[in-house]
Design a protein around this ligand. Structure first.
Ligand code: NAD
Length: 257
């Protein structure tokens, strides 16, 4: 039985994970971490603390959907206590990514900006399309609920990275985020990002490859957070018996990219 701890158990993804784990074979939720103890999933009776140091029993794996500062602190704890990690939080800066790389030298970590199977397929298709349509202008449009705090979404950035990989360039050299005022003409080879925030949109991502005379558009639509929760749990099970390292969903799903 794989013992799981949910980091951010009171949050939207924490609730989705809780609903998925209940009744699932081979896994057992044993604890949660959240500074907010007043919005736990209904029926939740496992130990929940504000930090991992306070837990009386430690899990085999943490599944974390919180905020970068929280994730880095819990990940450091996990590395020191030999606990595997599934990291779904987005919005890490370079220093944060360095901490993740450092911790994954000690324990196995699966990190993904999007745990859905469909999005990971989309990434593979984006890389392929970008390579084939070398001269097309790439524009990425994403839409999320009004509570999302980072933009562009982590998934949109992963899509941009896949598109950049297809053309052997670095995303940071070609990325254009948002446009306003007199922007001048579109620069050849750039990859544009636009973000929409509103309502309860779970996650929409669209990639347009605009050439003279034709447009190829690839789209993904997430209608429920359960898709991310199921993918994160699949990653947690996949981690069993793995050595230290930083893994991604393509490895979990056996997708070659
Ligand atoms: P949320 O705000 O609903 O939940 C976050 C939870 O983390 C809250 O309950 C909050 O109390 C807790 N938290 C924050 N800081 C904390 C701290 N320092 N100590 C203890 N608890 C703390 O957010 P959400 O919608 O569940 O999303 C969480 C993260 O997951 C975001 O970064 C989001 O972008 C990301 N996300 C990733 C995927 C994916 O597939 N990778 C999918 C959905 C969301």
């Amino acid at each position: 039985m794989l013992k799981i701890g949910i980091v951010g158990i009171s949050g939207r993804m924490g609730h989705a994970l809780y609903d998925c784990i209940v009744g699932m074979d081979g896994v057992k939720l044993i604890c949660g971490i959240d500074r907010n103890q007043s919005s736990l999933p209904p029926g939740c009776s496992v130990e929940v603390k504000a930090s991992p140091e306070e837990l009386s029993e430690l899990p085999d794996v943490f599944i974390d959907f919180t905020r970068p500062q929280c994730s880095l602190a819990v990940l450091r704890f996990a590395a020191a206590h030999n606990i595997s990690y599934v990291l779904g939080t987005t919005g890490f800066d370079e220093a944060g990514r360095a901490v993740i790389a450092e911790c994954s030298a000690t324990v196995p970590v699966v990190m993904a900006s999007n745990f859905s199977v469909g999005v990971n397929l989309l990434l593979a298709l984006v890389e392929q399309t970008s390579a084939v349509t070398q001269d097309s202008d790439i524009e990425i449009v994403e839409a999320h609920h009004r509570y999302k705090v980072d933009a562009p979404s982590g998934t949109a950035i992963s899509i941009g990275e896949a598109a950049a990989r297809g053309r052997n360039v670095n995303l940071k050299d070609v990325m254009v985020v948002g446009r306003n005022g007199i922007t001048g003409e579109r620069q050849y080879g750039t990859i544009g990002f636009s973000s929409i925030r509103g309502g309860d949109i779970v996650g929409e991502h669209s990639v347009m490859f605009c050439a003279d005379g034709e447009i190829v558009e690839l789209k993904h639509h997430a209608s429920s957070r359960a898709t991310f929760a199921r993918g994160a749990l699949r990653a947690a099970k996949w981690l069993e018996g793995k050595g230290a390292g930083l893994y991604g969903m393509p490895q979990v799903l056996g997708l070659k990219r």
